[in-house]
Design a protein around this ligand. Structure first.
Ligand code: ADP
Length: 477
């Protein structure tokens, strides 16, 4: 079975968040299952891509509105990722450093829609040239969600219309929502098809993909349920399309995320020497970040945005420290400027108890998973969440709000076979109580070590999820 994944992110080529981790891992595990799984993504102008040798496998041109643009398809020659990686090169559009944001201004690109569309059109033009067409086009998020529309609605792409399309929603908050005028950039389609592009009077790429794809998946079962009543305006549509929608929880790539072999860690460890391994990692981290290794350490890693609930943390942290709790906090993330500023100012106010690193740093994130006692995820919305699974693998106990994939992957300590700390409602009081439970747990060294050993052995690998995707693909035949 030949699967083509189309995505704007793929780890380690270009990563902004969990989408990259999924697209960098799922195809590899699909290959191991015997599927011929490829990834097609933009050729960004970044160091990873520029340092690889490539073969130009296709050259073409096509129209985007009245603009004729040239493109090339590059195959990365080394098979280091475990699957074939194809890069869509659209000079002047895609060959920039940032994935979504301009590296200089920090804002989204002025022509973001044209970037998404030129990528999709070029990829489809190339696929049209295949004598043997793929068995599934697997699209990820709104950046590629016009593909199910284009192949079924636009006569120019009729030779691809029989290929089943799967759309995975990694994040239903972002829709690729534009002014209706942007529809003129799409290839010609019959007027009767235009309704598929319309949601609430605007051009909505995700809604078109949801309606036109053969199958919709989300990255956890709970998130699929939650989208029925909270999808940033698409609730009714997701209810209507529920019959073809499925939730499959993501896995983690244990080739990358394994404290035994992780080259980014100062000291490797496994379940048998977790206590010593984590202690050594914690000491290094605490020295780097002016924190006390003797007290429990709670970290947050992620985008500093409302979805992640990071805005609740300043109040929770202040409240706990001012009440005299002995607990340290570390934040790694970038996002809303006001939150970044808060986290930059707080170390001088809470010296010794709080520190932050306002940047995106993959290596540091691994070191924090290893060196922390707890990871906190107070998310408002969490389609799947990977951090909690990485934390488990590194023997770090997750403190999570019961939402989406967090609910599906973390069992509270009060439940039978529980191993994490969960709270239900998004408020300072509940988040604070959850951290207090963590502080209490930390006091019992024996219990803490038992839990660490237990969580490191939990199986959240991709094997199971890759099999679930395979079963879904078979339904499409
Ligand atoms: P989302 O995709 O919504 O941001 P996920 O939990 O699915 O959230 O995935 C987040 C991924 O991004 C994880 O691999 C996490 O470690 C990583 N990450 C987020 N922010 C940072 C950061 N500032 N530095 C390093 N890694 C980060």
């Amino acid at each position: 079975m030949h699967i083509v994944h189309l995505s704007f992110e793929c780890y380690p080529v270009a990563k902004v968040g969990g989408l990259a981790d999924v697209v960098g891992a799922l195809p590899k595990y699909q290959q191991q299952l015997g599927l011929n799984s490829w990834v097609v993504m933009p050729r960004f102008n970044n160091d990873w891509i520029n340092s690889r040798s490539i073969e130009v496998v296709h050259k073409g041109s096509t129209f985007m509105g009245s603009e004729l643009f040239q493109f090339e398809i590059h195959l990365v020659e080394s098979n280091e990722l475990g699957f074939p990686l194809y890069l869509v090169h659209v000079p002047g559009r895609l060959d920039r450093k940032g994935v979504y944001l301009d590296e200089h201004s920090g804002y989204g690109y002025w022509d973001e829609f044209e970037r998404y569309l030129s990528f999709q059109l070029a990829a489809l033009q190339w696929l049209k040239s295949f004598e043997e067409k793929p068995d599934v086009l697997h699209c990820h998020d709104h950046h590629t969600s016009l593909i199910p529309y284009i192949v079924t609605a636009c006569p120019e792409y009729i030779t691809l219309s029989h290929i089943p399309t799967v759309l995975t929603i990694h994040n239903g908050e972002y829709h690729g929502n534009y002014d209706w005028g942007k529809t003129t950039l799409l290839p010609f389609s019959d007027f009767g098809q235009h309704g598929y592009l319309n949601w609430g009077g605007r051009f909505n790429s995700l809604s078109a993909g949801i309606r036109k794809s053969w199958m919709v998946t989300t990255v956890s079962e709970s998130y699929l349920e939650e989208l029925q009543y909270s999808a940033n305006g698409l609730e009714m549509l997701l209810q209507a399309e529920k019959g073809k929608s499925y939730g499959i929880i993501n896995g983690i790539d244990t080739d990358v995320w394994n404290p035994k072999t992780d080259e980014m860690l100062p000291k490797n460890y496994g379940a048998t020497n977790v206590t010593a391994g984590k202690r050594a990692s914690k000491e290094i981290l605490c020295e780097q970040f002016n924190l006390n290794p003797e007290i429990p350490m709670v970290s947050f890693i992620g985008r500093l945005v409302k979805e992640k609930g990071a805005d609740i943390l300043p109040d929770v942290i202040r409240s706990l420290i001012y009440k005299g709790y002995k607990v340290g906090f570390l934040i790694l993330g970038t996002g809303d400027p006001w939150l970044q500023n808060q986290f930059k100012e707080m170390p001088s106010e809470l010296t010794g108890y709080f520190d932050s690193s306002i940047q995106y740093n993959e290596t540091l994130s691994h070191q924090i998973y290893a060196g922390s006692d707890f990871i906190i995820m107070p998310s408002r919305v969490e389609p799947c969440g990977l951090n909690q699974m990485y934390a488990l693998k590194y023997g770090t106990v997750p403190i999570v709000r019961s939402v989406g994939g967090l609910k599906d992957s973390i069992k509270d300590l009060s439940e039978e076979n529980g191993y994490g700390i969960r709270f239900d409602n998004f408020n300072v009081h509940e988040a604070e109580s959850a951290v207090i439970r963590a502080i209490e747990l930390f006091k019992s060294k024996k219990r803490m070590n038992q839990i660490r050993k237990k969580i490191m052995k939990l199986d959240f690998s991709w094997e199971n999820s890759a099999k679930n995707y395979y079963q879904l693909y078979q339904k499409l035949k």
